[in-house]
Design a protein around this ligand. Structure first.
Ligand code: BGP
Length: 468
């Protein structure tokens, strides 16, 4: 593309603690909500029984292999690496007054290693997990006490790592709680809208308090939110469908509206009334919410269609969100509708709406990779996917959208969040492990590794116009 991404643009990859680290009970770590989800975020919850298999117990053993992995990221040319801190390593039960020092020391080593390679960390405070104790004994985020626990955890890590970590995110895909409350908020599935939105309210207040603490404790720190940015298009030009799409997009934009503007948007009150939700929102909560994020971040994988005439529609059979099928789009092997242009649309929409810098913190293709007879992984499908999406990022930059960076999901194969599979691979780096956790865990560069290295080096100049 005859365009170079700005020199300040952060290039990298994104991960989450429970999908890479393993070492689920090492060095004083407590159990997290993820530790009882052996089948993935949408699978059955399973109390831990000694000897039962959970692929995340070892995952890809980043816990011990981080020096090698970070060296590979450096070789890729990363200027940024997104990772999350497992809250239950720092506060094993979540409600302690003092942190677990061994947990703190572990992330010291990670941030030192990143610093050694000049890689900027982008750290998520809570990525699809929280101490299990908080879910079991406090009913998760439905309980107001969690605000205080989270504030303590956030302040602890800001004070400890603020010298080395300047970029932070509060809750990963905060809107996931609407679709999977246990994963997002430790709230039992099937919870009524009253408890669900009360829990979400507590998370929003906690997020704003973390923003404040970050501003106080991290010199030159920047903190953003994180939304699952799956935009819905109207299936037809019927005004009813247009309005339906507007309403459905407000379901996720609601989170950004509160976190970016500092107050609840007007449209939500009618919805609350229709759902019978009476929010307990105090004056102190309202005051806390006014501390707003510095930037907007989001994940982008797919788009969907909506229509008020449901009989006109087919739905994708993917596992996270049931999206209406778009006749113009193809889907990944896992049923996620691939829509590079949609990324440009979302970037423009978010920038128009918030006028804050944006950060694309997840985007990528989950696919089955095979090692050929020469021992190579020729993942051209992944290169095409990423090329087409990054091309649209370049277009959005030229549209005038302020974009801080792009961290693809994921630079290295890891355990899938939704299905707990290893065979759903995203990486530039192959990891030898299967869905049963069998394999040497050896790392191997795929074809996409060298392609992404070139993209970063050429600052996007080698991206080619999308073929679709
Ligand atoms: C996002 C999550 C990630 C990640 C990604 C891919 O929703 O934030 O944790 O896993 O989706 O999803 P999956 O792993 O299910 O393919």
């Amino acid at each position: 593309m005859a365009f170079r991404f700005p020199d300040t643009f952060l290039w990298g990859g994104a991960t989450a603690a429970n999908q890479i680290e393993g070492a689920y009970n090492a060095d004083g770590k407590g159990l997290s909500t993820s530790d009882i989800q052996p089948y993935g975020t949408f699978g059955e919850l399973k109390p831990r029984v000694e000897g039962d298999f959970n692929i995340k117990d070892n995952a890809i053993d980043f816990y011990h292999r981080y020096p090698e992995d970070i060296a590979l990221f450096a070789e890729l040319g990363f200027s940024c690496f997104r990772l999350s801190i497992a809250w239950s390593r720092i506060f094993p039960k979540g409600d302690e007054l003092e942190p677990n020092l061994q947990g703190l020391e572990y992330y010291d080593k990670i941030f030192d290693e990143l610093e050694k390679h000049n890689i900027t960390p982008l750290v998520t405070l809570s990525h699809y997990e929280m101490p299990l104790h908080l879910a079991q004994h406090y009913q998760g985020w439905t309980n107001r006490k969690l605000i205080e626990f989270f504030e303590r955890y956030a302040s602890t890590v800001f004070s400890r790592y603020g010298d080395r970590v300047k970029h932070w995110l509060t809750f990963n895909e905060i809107n996931i709680t609407l679709h999977e409350p246990f994963t997002g908020a430790g709230i039992p599935r099937g919870t009524d809208p009253q408890n669900l939105y009360q829990g979400i309210h507590h998370q929003l207040v906690a997020s704003a308090k973390a923003v404040k603490a970050c501003h106080q404790l991290v010199p030159n720190g920047k903190i953003g939110n994180m939304m699952l940015g799956a935009i819905q298009y109207p299936l037809t030009s019927h005004p009813d469908d247009i309005f339906e799409a507007l309403q459905q997009n407000r379901e996720w934009l609601f989170f950004g509206d509160v976190q970016s503007r500092g107050y609840y948007p007007s449209y939500i009150w009618r919805k609350f009334k229709q759902m019978g939700v009476k929010l307990d929102i105090t004056e102190a909560d309202k005051e806390a919410l006014t501390e707003t994020i510095d930037f907007i971040s989001f994940s982008y994988y797919m788009t969907g269609c909506v229509s008020v005439h449901q009989s006109d529609m087919a739905f994708t059979d993917e596992d996270i969100l049931k999206m209406g099928c778009n006749p113009y789009l193809e889907s990944s092997d896992w049923g996620w509708q691939i829509d590079p242009k949609g990324l440009r649309i979302v970037l423009n929409l978010l920038y128009d709406r918030y006028q804050k810098p944006l950060f694309i913190v997840e985007n990528g293709l989950g696919a089955v990779d095979t090692v050929n007879e020469n021992g190579q992984i020729e993942d051209d499908y992944r290169i095409d996917y990423l090329n087409d999406h990054l091309y649209q990022v370049g277009e959005a930059l030229q549209d005038g959208v302020e974009i801080m960076g792009y961290t693809s999901w994921a630079p290295i194969d890891l355990v899938s969040a939704s299905t707990a599979q290893m065979s759903k691979r995203y990486g530039y780096i192959y990891v030898d492990s299967d869905d049963q956790g069998q394999g040497s865990l050896l790392r191997k560069r795929k074809k996409s590794f060298f392609w992404y290295q070139d993209v970063i080096q050429s600052k996007g100049e080698n991206l080619t116009p999308p073929t679709k």
